[in-house]
Design a protein around this ligand. Structure first.
Ligand code: ADP
Ligand code: MG
Length: 699
């Protein structure tokens, strides 16, 4: 009889029971279905168990033998203990070594038969003999299930204390054999066929207990057609969700902004520069969306300094000309303040009213709220204070979110909900690899400014160590003599004993002593917003030569005359952070510099980050490298808030599959937006997105 696997508790699988069910729960396995999708992280070819005498150094090998000795050895160094196991198979001896795990000893006794596998090493002292560091081990019991564990390609699962790999493997074997006929394959046949995927049953079976003909390397590199089918399924559900969200917005009715563009033309006339052709093209795309009767949902990507703000202003003016309010939401008060300073004058000259709304201006907030609610204010610039309860717009027509990577999908939704289907434009300077943007922003249309304003020479980036400070000071002196301004960025505000990092406060004092004739100022997140605003304004006005700061200036700050940046403890910053910081210079016509000052010890990853910074200014390349160093999990981090987790697929490794999944998903939703012809798929999809975003309106 068919079981509903997604509701079938693992406890009732043969060989599990309540105690093991608890252990399985800690692995994230509660139901039979979750167990089926709990894939091995590695496979071992036990068709090829090696004789110990035939082992080869440096290779991953597996042997079977009897325990000769199991002993804990005290190492003279620092109280270290070594557990050492000696195993013989008659052809030779091999040792397994585990550092600091003396408790392992109690698991072994002489005469037991074990399987060991790991990378073969030489004994470091004698230079001969074989050993494994931290090998995987498994006991060969004379059980009837031996065929599960030997003489085949064997799955290795991550497990937990109290449940051996072998026990888990037996459980999985039983589980698959009892449940495999109850799985329901809800990917449409046509899609499977088109992509040469096998059915679900076959794919699950071969991802756990591969048939002997399957290439073990393809399994271990996660590229067998069976594993890929399972990854695809997950990506397909992910992309289906995104395409449904996107489609849903497209059919909604929004505002068709219908105006002739006088304000935009006036604004362009006031600019001291000509728009780049990328800016023009992108504005056309935005205008097209704004004129259409469906709400805009567009992502505008462009590297730091490419000129997104002007585009935002033009879009807001378009909304204002049609009598609607427009809002611009920025992630920090400094950035919101900057936007306000930069644009309110230009806009107010056109007879519009602009306001700045941040969390800190409590006193003024009431008045601001009234003006926003009554429609007196046309353009509202602010932080997340904009999406808080109590802020009501009279007729919000356009919502722009700047530097989106700081906001989640949820905040995007909240801002949209401040009006009936306003047009939404999301701007980001964090260039993200295409694969990532397909998932993070997969529900948005996409525009890119892929061109910097003319006359910019790329920022020259150089790396220094603490011994080269004199050189740096000379460079600061020279730049300021030319009338240029300098940023000096520190990782922390205060010195603390724990971190032992140079701090902004002490750094400022030191710089004042070194440069008695320069005006040195300090800005950081603990200052009152009003103070910060004043400092930024006087830096912008050229009254400050050297601005010492923390990463509060990371995003969006725009002072073209600042031509030099020194980042102290550059080894402590992340790659995208460094890139963002560097984007603060190189905004004017003059040659700009970014000096990275590193202090030992510098980890290998940190060194890689710094090297990339020196090598390239290209944000997209930096993002790819960043992804490569950090891996997708961390790169995504909290940014993925509001999206389902990908448990099997990996958007970097499976980029090609993701692309396919996206095309198939969007094509399917085009044909059948409600998935009415695929009720099973629809159910599976709802499960997958449960608790995140409601895909189908419950009617
Ligand atoms: P970002 O895309 O990083 O937000 P901004 O909008 O802050 O970039 O623009 C960076 C600087 O370039 C600003 O000083 C802006 O006035 C200037 N700028 C924008 N567009 C152009 C252009 N087409 N030609 C010259 N300068 C421009
Ligand atoms: Mg910007």
């Amino acid at each position: 009889m068919g079981k509903n696997l997604s509701e079938f508790p693992v406890q009732y699988i043969k060989g599990v029971g309540p105690r093991r069910a608890k252990l399985l729960n800690t692995l994230g396995i509660k139901t039979a279905e979750e167990a089926l999708y709990y894939l091995p992280y590695r496979y071992e070819d036990r068709k090829n168990i090696k004789k110990i005498s035939a082992l080869e150094y440096g290779r991953l090998e597996t042997v079977i033998g009897k325990v000769i000795a199991a002993e804990v050895i005290k190492l003279p160094r620092r109280n270290m203990k070594l557990f050492e196991l000696t195993v013989s198979d008659g052809s030779g001896l091999v040792k397994g070594k585990w550092f600091n795990q003396p408790f392992l000893k109690k698991n072994f006794e002489a005469g037991q038969e074990v399987i060991l596998s790991g990378i073969v090493k030489r004994n470091p002292y004698r230079g001969i003999g074989f050993e494994f560091d931290n090998p995987e081990y498994e006991f060969v019991t004379d059980d009837a299930d031996a065929f599960i564990h030997t003489a085949r390609i064997v799955p290795i699962y991550r497990t937990t204390a109290g449940l051996s790999v072998r026990q888990l493997r037996t459980i999985m074997f039983n589980l698959i054999n009892t449940c495999i006929n109850d799985v329901s394959d809800y990917i449409p046949d046509e899609i499977l066929r088109r992509n040469n995927f096998h059915g679900l049953t076959e794919s699950i079976f071969n991802s756990h207990f591969p048939e002997s003909g399957i290439d073990i390397d393809s399994l271990n590199s996660c590229s067998s057609i069976y594993q890929e089918r399972l990854y695809f399924e997950e990506l397909f559900k992910f992309e289906l969700g995104l395409s449904i969200i996107k489609k849903g917005k497209e059919v909604e009715r929004g505002i068709a902004f219908d105006c002739n563009g006088v304000l935009v033309r006036k604004f362009i006339d006031t600019l001291k520069f000509k728009l780049t052709s990328a800016q023009q093209r992108v504005f056309e795309e935005i205008l097209h969306d704004m004129r259409s009767q469906h709400p805009m949902n567009r992502l505008l990507q462009g590297d730091v300094g490419c000129g997104k703000t002007v585009i935002a202003v033009m879009a807001m003016l378009t909304a204002a000309e049609c009598g609607y309010q427009a809002a611009l939401m920025a992630p920090t008060e400094i950035l919101a303040g900057q936007h306000y300073i930069n644009i309110h004058k230009m806009i107010e000259d056109m007879g519009l009213k602009v306001c700045l709304m941040t969390g800190s201006k409590k006193k003024e907030r009431e008045a601001l709220r009234c003006d926003i609610a009554s429609g007196k204010t046309n353009i509202i610039i602010g932080t997340h204070a904009l999406i808080q309860e109590g802020v009501e717009f009279k007729n919000l027509g356009l919502a722009i979110i700047d530097e989106q990577h700081r906001f989640g999908v949820m905040q995007r939704q909240l801002l949209r909900k401040k009006a009936v289907n306003p047009d939404v434009l999301v701007m980001t300077a964090t260039p993200i690899p295409r694969t990532l943007s397909m998932t993070l922003y997969g529900d948005l249309d996409y525009s890119v400014i892929d061109e910097l304003p003319p006359g910019r020479s790329p920022v020259v980036t150089r790396l220094f160590n603490a011994g080269q400070k004199e050189y740096i000071y000379r460079a600061i002196a020279e730049e300021t003599k030319k009338g240029r301004q300098v940023y000096v960025v520190y990782p922390v505000i205060d010195e603390t004993e724990k971190t032992n990092l140079k701090s902004a406060i002490l750094g400022r004092e030191a710089l004042e002593k070194i440069f008695p004739n320069l005006k040195v100022e300090l800005i950081h997140g603990r200052l009152k917003p009003q103070e910060r605003e004043n400092i930024m304004a006087s830096f912008k006005a050229g009254a400050i030569d050297v601005l010492v700061s923390t990463t509060v200036i990371e995003v969006g700050v725009d002072v073209p005359n600042a031509a030099m940046m020194l980042i102290v403890h550059a080894e402590r910053f992340g790659l995208s952070q460094l890139h963002q910081l560097r984007g603060r210079v190189g905004r004017g016509g003059s040659q700009s510099y970014c000096f990275l000052l590193m202090y030992e010890p510098v980890s290998e990853d940190a060194r890689r980050r710094l090297d990339i910074m020196i090598k390239t200014n290209d944000g997209f390349r930096i993002a790819e490298e960043d992804l490569d160093i950090r891996g997708p999990g961390e790169f995504f981090g909290t940014r993925q808030a509001g999206m389902p987790d990908l448990k099997l697929a990996n958007i970097v490794r499976d980029a090609r599959l993701l692309d396919t999944a996206r095309k198939e998903a969007f094509a399917l939703i085009d044909k059948d937006a409600e998935l009415n012809t695929f009720p099973e798929l629809k159910k599976g999809l709802e499960m997958f997105w449960k608790g995140k975003i409601e895909l189908f309106k419950t009617s």
